[in-house]
Design a protein around this ligand. Structure first.
Ligand SMILES: [Zn+2]
Length: 351
């Protein structure tokens, strides 16, 4: 039996007000100073991307700036050659999930390390070694590089729309059922299970519950709590070497809904609704989860997600096919239409 287990972790995690100013120093400490490729998004470029570029230029780094417009693999692939030619010591990914996912992917392909500078706390992809890219023929994530450092500027993230922060909290609530599914797969299928990674992921979900009132109020304290939770969940994935501690049946439901209704709402919002339903299947206190989801101001119904009842039922019946090797409470054959409808109705997701 192969007992080797390799853990790749970020070397530095900096969370605080105005920490984007520390990027030059962080690059120097990591011995990556010199040539930096700033990867950003079309909107965030004006808000933060240019500021980061200015800070680097002020310290006389040689920089190039690239923009990611869509999460499509075809567009991301197009950035690989220019970045290879430029040979950056580091890629600085300044943006939301789309930009950071692109950087993770490009980092793995080109071998240039990247620093994650999230401008929103909307999901745990900000620091995990897995990237969600579209157009690959699958809706789940692909293995990529974890960031060498994470620079989470609270002031920057606090100025992002509140909906994004709440979605981040929703993604964290999902760790409840993700960990239950992982334990189930361990017991029934003999799958590797790491208690430490599982505990860490679970802690980030409990953190959201304990601080749900603070998060609902918003502001910098809320950002700090969600950002720390998302970072812990990412680290849990690095430790486990898979997305298992952070992604179970609630994520399969969200991915299925993306397929059925073409990405109708934010990832974390869909995951939150999925968690309510999967907690019911696990026989856990789904009512408590639903009340927290509501208290946070996250959607808890089909209507609030902006989909039809039928889309929810359809997503529930196909969720188990999204990633067949990932065993969850949905089992190998999934839910029948009747069971799916009953589940969505009992939990109040459909009317
Ligand atoms: Zn997620």
């Amino acid at each position: 039996m192969n007992s080797k287990h390799v853990i790749d972790l970020p070397k530095k995690i900096v969370i605080g007000d105005d920490v984007i100013g520390d990027i030059p120093e962080i690059l120097k400490e990591l011995n990556l100073w010199g040539r930096a490729y700033v990867l950003t998004g079309p909107n965030v470029k004006k808000l933060v991307g240019e500021k980061v570029a200015d800070i680097l230029q002020g310290e006389e780094a040689e920089i190039e700036v690239g923009v990611v417009r869509t999460p499509m693999i075809s567009e991301i692939e197009g950035l690989v050659d220019p970045i290879r030619k430029f040979k950056p010591r580091a890629i600085i990914a300044v943006g939301g999930g789309k930009v950071i996912d692109a950087a993770k992917y490009i980092s793995r392909v080109t071998g240039s390390p990247f620093i994650s500078v999230p401008t929103a706390a909307s999901h745990d992809g900000v620091a995990s070694p897995f990237a969600s890219v579209r157009g690959t023929g699958r809706v789940t994530s692909v293995k990529a590089s974890p960031p060498i450092a994470i620079v989470a500027d609270i002031r920057v993230i606090a100025s992002a729309p509140r909906r994004l922060l709440l979605a981040g909290a929703g993604d964290l609530i999902g760790k409840f059922t993700a960990v239950l599914d992982w334990r189930l797969a361990h017991k029934l299928k003999g799958e590797y299970y790491g208690d430490y990674a599982a505990s860490l992921a679970l802690l980030s979900a409990k953190h959201v519950i304990n601080f749900s009132e603070v998060i609902a109020r918003g502001g910098s304290e809320a950002v700090r709590i969600v950002m720390e939770g998302l970072t812990s969940a990412s680290v849990a994935m690095c430790i486990a070497g898979s997305t298992r501690p952070a992604s179970g049946s609630e994520h399969l439901f969200s991915h299925a809904l993306d397929k059925v209704a073409n990405y109708p709402a934010l990832h974390g919002e869909q995951v939150a609704v999925g968690t309510i339903m999967m907690a019911y299947l696990h026989g856990k206190n789904w009512k408590k989860i639903r009340s927290i989801v509501k208290r946070l101001g996250l959607p808890s119904t089909a209507k609030e997600l902006g989909v039809r009842d039928e889309d929810i039922i359809e997503a529930l019946t196909i969720a188990h096919t999204i990633r067949p090797e990932r065993y969850t409470i949905l089992g190998e054959s999934g839910l029948t239409r009747e069971a799916a409808e009953e589940l969505a109705r009992v939990t109040g997701v459909i009317g």
